[in-house]
Design a protein around this ligand. Structure first.
Ligand code: 3PG
Length: 402
């Protein structure tokens, strides 16, 4: 169900779940992409004269109040972007939230404090979550689900509340689903997927499904080393998940049998190590072939020959989906591979979709604007689970009549 299914919302009290899980440095928001992505729905609701109470999470405070994870900076940025006051409630379902929500006039908005300060928000116990959802439901008479990045979570503000109020997907959720559905069911070919990130274990399920739909799978980032090991290469001190080497060998064989390609780096940038917090590299960075990774060095980015090879693949594609950095994009010396992939996507004419907070933050850091890509998904885990073909609880609940 979409917003129009809720009818005329003038003067109606609407609770909306957004994904405002933005990266912060102290109180400074370093990438406000997720807040901007919520604007079309919020502006549509406010423009209709709805009285909007927004809910969101920030980080994983595990049911405890953590001032470092307050949504107060988000309320400020949201007010700047909307060009109107955002009343910030200092609690989530207490007096401050009830008051902020009840005092709204037509076309006004409040944001309540981090839903994950409430222990029941993420509880595995259905009854406990439902008790909390009933309190959320006191903040309005309608529910709009627009936090795409969190629809894969069965949590009180995403799932249970939708069972209590007339509910619909917001514009962002609608757009995300239409883009991801298109590349899952009807991609223009050749369809190239670039998968990166540190942990191969997180991506195995999606590889399974992607091998059914994509023509070429390019593997970068930390996960590439487990694949290289599966090809019999020595990976030195690079990230390696020994328990997944057999699975990777299986995928390489399956891809070959199905006439598809899994492409791995041919050269990599190596160093003794790095410190992500300090943004420093341990020792000089050098380029080596994947056949010659020294035992005391760690692969930390793809090399220039690989960049060229993968850029050519992307240039020849009609559809590209990219999730996960190729190196350590936060450290300049190890950001070249990620930069090369971003450049190839931005300059090519394929339908290009970027998923995952790290890749999205990286392309913005490199100076690209969102309109240079066909779509930047606000969901990391959510977009991958969608591509895996899993049922996402926060979407499924909107399809059911309550
Ligand atoms: C994300 O950052 O991917 C979403 O906001 C979901 O956050 P979570 O993984 O902590 O549930």
């Amino acid at each position: 169900r979409t917003l129009s299914d809720l009818g005329d919302l003038r003067g109606k009290r609407v609770v909306i779940r957004c994904d405002f899980n933005v990266p912060l440095k102290g109180e400074e928001i370093t990438d406000d992409g997720r807040i901007r992505a919520a604007l079309p729905t919020l502006e549509a609701l406010l423009g209709q004269g709805a009285r909007v109470t927004a809910m969101a999470h920030l980080g994983r405070p595990k049911g405890k109040r953590d001032p470092k994870l307050s949504l107060a900076p988000v309320a400020k940025r949201l007010a700047d972007l909307l060009g109107q006051h955002v009343e910030f409630a200092t609690d989530t379902v207490g007096l401050s939230a009830l008051k902020a929500s009840a005092n709204l006039n037509d076309g006004e908005i409040a944001l309540v404090e981090n839903v994950r300060f409430e222990p029941a928000e993420t509880s595995k116990d259905d009854a406990e979550r439902m008790e909390l959802a009933k309190k959320y439901a006191e903040l309005g008479n309608y529910f709009v689900s627009d936090g795409f990045g969190v629809v894969h979570r069965k949590q009180a503000s995403v799932y249970d509340i939708a069972k209590l109020l007339p509910s619909a997907a917001g514009e962002l959720v609608g757009k995300e689903v239409s883009v991801l559905s298109k590349i899952t069911h009807d991609p223009e070919r050749p369809y190239v997927v670039v998968l990166g990130g540190a942990k191969v274990a997180d991506k195995l399920a999606v590889i399974d499904n992607l091998l059914k739909v994509a023509d070429t799978l390019i593997i970068v980032g930390g996960m590439a080393y487990t694949f290289l090991r599966a090809q019999g290469k020595q990976v030195g001190g690079s990230i390696l998940d020994a328990s997944k080497v057999d699975a990777c060998r299986g995928y390489l064989a399956d891809a070959k049998a199905a006439g598809k390609s899994i492409l791995l780096p041919v050269d990599v940038r190596v160093a003794k190590g790095m410190d992500l917090d300090a943004r420093t590299v341990d020792g000089p960075v050098s380029v080596v072939s994947v056949d010659d990774i020294p035992a005391d060095q760690e692969g930390l980015d793809i090399g220039p020959a690989t960049e060229k090879l993968f850029a050519e693949q992307i240039a020849g594609a009609r559809t590209v989906f990219w999730n996960g950095p190729a190196g350590v994009s936060e450290i300049d010396e190890l950001a070249n591979g990620t930069r090369a992939i971003a450049r190839a996507l931005a300059t090519g004419d394929a339908f290009s979709v970027i998923g995952g907070g790290d890749s999205a933050a990286a392309v913005r850091k490199f100076g690209y604007t969102d309109d240079q890509f066909s779509w930047i998904s606000t969901g990391g885990g959510a977009s991958l689970e969608y591509l895996e073909g899993k049922e996402l609880p926060g979407l499924a609940v909107l399809d059911k009549e309550n």
